[in-house]
Structures are given as C-alpha cells and as structure tokens.
Design a protein around this ligand. Structure first.
Ligand code: AMX
Length: 439
C-alpha cells in the first residue's frame, strides 16, 4: 500500500495545473461585489477564500471533495474494516480523503493508523509543561499552549531556516501536520487526567489500534465500545467545515505568514475556545438538563413545547437549532442521530430521548415563532448530550474533543503550501474612510 505522503505527492501536480489554468483564464473575473453589510457583518457570504477539503451547500450540508456525509459513511474504511471493535468510519480515512480527494483502501488506512501510533508520544518537555499548569486553567488554554510548544521540533521551521525552495514547502508542512495529529490524543488525554483525574495520564499507545481507539484508552474509555465508536464518528465529521469558520480561518491566516502548523493550530484552538464557536454543544446540554429539571424526565410533547415557548417568549434562543449558512437539517446531526438509533444503551437514555423528542417538536415551534431562517437541528443539538450520556460529564472538556477533530482542517495548510498561497492581507477602512468612499 502507498503511504499518504506518496498519494499527496501524486495529486499535487494535477491540482497545481488545474489552478494555473484557472488563473490564466480568470484572474480578473469577478466573484461578486462587496457590500458594506459584508464588511460590517463578519464578512458573511464574501467569496474570498480558497479551501480544498470541503464545500458547504446550504441545502445539502457539507461535502468533502464532493462526498456527502452519507457517502463517506458508505465509502470510507471503518473500525470494522480494520478488524477493530466498532463500526464507524475512522478519522484517518477522512484525513486521507481531505488530503487527496480519494477514498483510501483498508490497508492504506491501517498503515496511516500505525504511522500515527508510532509518532504519538509526547516529548518530555511537553509533558512537563502540561503537568505544570494549574488544574484551574481552562483545558482549551492548556491545549493551545501545549500544541504551540511542539513547534520546538517543527520540520517546516527547520527546513525554512535552511533555505528550502518554495515549491518544496508542502513536504515538511505535511510532516508537521501528521506529527501534530499523531500527538494530539496524548495531549488531550494528559489534560483530562490532570484536570479531572480520569484516565491514567500515561501514554500507552498500541500500534495495532487506531488513533481514536488509543485516545479512548488513554482517557479511560478503552473498553467502552460505544464511546470509542462515537468519538470516531464525531471526530471524523466535525473536522472540516469549509474555511470561513473561526478556527479553520485562523489556522489558515496564521499559516499564511509561514508560521508552522503547530503555531497555526494553536491559534485556531484559541478561536475555537470562544463561546460563539466551540461552546454551543455545552449550551445545548445545559438547556436539556434544565428542561429535564423543569418538566421532569419523559415529559409529554405538550410540556416540552410549553418550555420551548417560554424560552422563546423570554427572548432567548433555542440552542442547537438554526444555522448561519445551512437551510436544512445538518447532516452531521443526522449522522449522530443515526448513531444513537443503533445503540440500545443510548435509546434507553432519557437525555438522548429528549434530544430526539426536541428534534420532532422544536422545528414546528420555531417555524410558528417565525424568526429563524432554519428551524431544524444543527450538529450541536446532539453532540454534547451523547458524551454526557456516556459518562463524560466534564462540560469544560467538550471543546477539547471538538479541537481534536478540528486538527483535520490542518490539511488545508498542506494545500496552501502546494498552491503557493500568499500571505493574507485584506484591505481595511476606518468609518471616516468608508464615509468618504461611499458618499
Ligand atoms: N431560537 C430562537 N431564535 C432563533 C434561533 C433559535 N434557535 N435561531 C435563529 N433565531 C433568530 C435569530 O436570533 C434572529 O433573530 P433577530 O432577528 O431578532 O436577531 C432571527 O432568528 C434570524 O436569524 P437567522 O438568520 O436564522 O440565524 P443567524 O445566522 O443570525 O444565526 C445561529 C445563526 C446559529 C447563531 C442562530 O440560529 C442561533 O442562535 N441558534 C441557537 C444557538 C446554536 O445552536 N448555536 C450553534 C450553531 C451551530 C454551530 O455553528 N456550531
């Protein structure tokens, strides 16, 4: 079987040619106008980024190199295909797809898992840094700081300092991305152990296990097939969601200065730690637990509707519903929901039942309320609740799990280097300058 790096080296020239031809023909073609509302509204809707791994369609949701989530569930190698316990697609398979646009063979994924396991141990100085953090320091701060410190051994930085040619930048960037993805489970597990005392804080990595199988083991869920498989699915489908979201955009922006992947991803994690980005799943969980407290477990649809109306009438939003871009049910929610349907222990769980009841009841209430452009569930309406039901009750840690997944967006840095993308430097204006320009 070929290695992932060989496969990437093979596709890069074709894609470079494609981009070259597009540039030659269309460098001056317009992609649309820029309105003041775009500038003031967080650049929403502006077509101004290149992102190779995924494109979001407002009706169909995310597609990875043209493949929808249901396509990926059918085509990408799973835990079962590799002879492991569990059935879900592996994040390694998604990593291969994002980097090459191709579905890997089972052997190729097995080889990639083994390579990640081999590179998974943390250097001693990083262990010491993590162990020195106070338990009260937010897990995301610890995560971001530990990842930044890994740049001590960046292959890209070393090659750059030696004067590597621009056309070769992608290669040490790729090496750093793989090293980083390999070490993330050990970092996340050590933080879990230090802050919450769960798992064993050791880095026992089994070379015949997959990335998330090893992670589950390190956080104390090694024998929990449901949780291990849920984490695989969650991490595979949360990884890449176009380039404009805060964490992905940040890592791409920082990377555009030729900062190495460790520094770029560390900055992306700082963005993910914000309440408007990576924390929504916690809010849904808080809302669901509050709802259960208010109306009791196994409440009727009528009681749940009343609670939703009282939430809306007091001017609050229903968390887990609506989306900035999507106009239908998030296919990531559907994938997690399908997972819940296949696990008897989750079907019996009152919190998971409530998530599914809300998915039946809330769209009608939100439609009648008439404000949101999308009354359907988004990915966050299920993701945190399943972690909770499986016993991971430490809310503050949930964004770390999201962060492990977002490392898949680092694949764009390899494409950025292969395409020779320039440093980002959009034009800005003061209010006075805008006024002059628009008078
Ligand atoms: N409950 C109640 N009202 C809602 C709503 C919801 N779930 N979703 C949107 N609305 C309201 C908005 O507040 C807005 O009201 P306003 O005109 O009084 O300001 C109106 O409907 C129109 O909003 P929109 O164009 O449909 O959505 P948006 O692009 O402005 O915001 C989002 C998108 C996700 C922030 C919003 O739907 C929301 O607040 N949802 C609840 C929180 C949530 O689930 N966040 C996680 C999102 C998923 C993710 O990206 N991780």
């Amino acid at each position: 079987a070929s290695t992932l790096k060989d496969a990437v080296a093979q596709v890069i020239p074709e894609k470079q040619e494609q981009l070259k031809a597009l540039k030659a023909k269309h460098n001056n073609s317009s992609l649309g106008e820029v309105k003041l509302e775009n500038l003031l509204g967080g650049m929403r809707g502006l077509k101004c980024m290149l992102w190779e791994g995924s494109v979001l369609d407002s009706e169909r949701g995310i597609a990875f190199h043209g493949r929808s989530i249901p396509d990926c569930e059918k085509e990408l190698p799973t835990a079962k295909d590799l002879g492991l316990k569990g059935k879900e697609m592996l994040p390694e398979s998604m990593l291969w797809l994002l980097l090459t646009g191709k579905v890997p063979s089972v052997d190729e994924v097995r080889g990639l898992s083994a390579e990640l396991a081999e590179k998974g141990k943390l250097p001693n100085y990083v262990e010491k840094i993590i162990d020195s953090f106070p338990k009260t320091l937010h897990p995301m701060t610890q995560f971001s700081a530990a990842v930044a410190a890994l740049n001590h051994d960046s292959a890209f930085s070393a090659a750059y300092n030696k004067g590597i040619k621009k056309s070769e930048y992608w290669s040490p960037t790729y090496d750093d991305v793989i090293t980083l993805i390999a070490k993330i489970p050990a970092i996340a597990a050590r933080i879990y152990y230090n802050v919450f005392g769960k798992g064993d804080g050791k880095q026992a990595i089994d070379p015949s296990n997959d990335l998330i199988g090893n992670y589950a083991n390190m956080i104390g869920y090694g024998d929990h097939e449901g949780m291990t498989d849920y984490l695989r699915l969650y991490i595979a489908i949360h990884g890449d969601h176009e380039g404009g979201n805060v964490s992905a955009h940040t890592l791409h922006l920082v990377g555009s200065a030729l900062s190495d992947p460790f520094l770029s991803y560390s900055a992306g994690l700082a963005g993910l730690a914000g309440p408007l980005h990576g924390l929504a799943n916690q809010e849904v969980l808080g809302f669901c637990l509050g709802l259960q407290k208010a109306v009791g477990e196994n409440a009727s649809d009528e009681k749940v509707k009343e609670h939703l109306w009282s939430t809306l009438n007091s001017g609050r939003v229903v968390p887990g519903y609506g989306h900035a871009v999507l106009r239908s049910t998030d296919p990531r929610f559907l994938a997690l929901s399908r997972f819940c349907d296949t696990r008897p222990e989750l079907q019996k769980d009152s919190l998971v039942q409530l998530v599914q009841q809300l998915a039946r009841v809330a769209p009608g209430v939100l439609t009648e309320h008439g404000k949101t452009k999308n009354p359907n569930p988004n990915v966050d309406s299920a993701s945190g609740c399943v972690l909770y039901s499986y016993g991971m009750t430490e809310f503050k840690y949930y964004t770390v799990v999201f962060g492990i997944s977002r490392a898949l967006a680092l694949t764009q840095l390899v494409w950025d280097r292969a395409y020779g993308m320039g440093i980002e430097r959009p034009k800005s204006f003061s209010v006075d300058a805008l006024q002059k320009m628009l008078k």
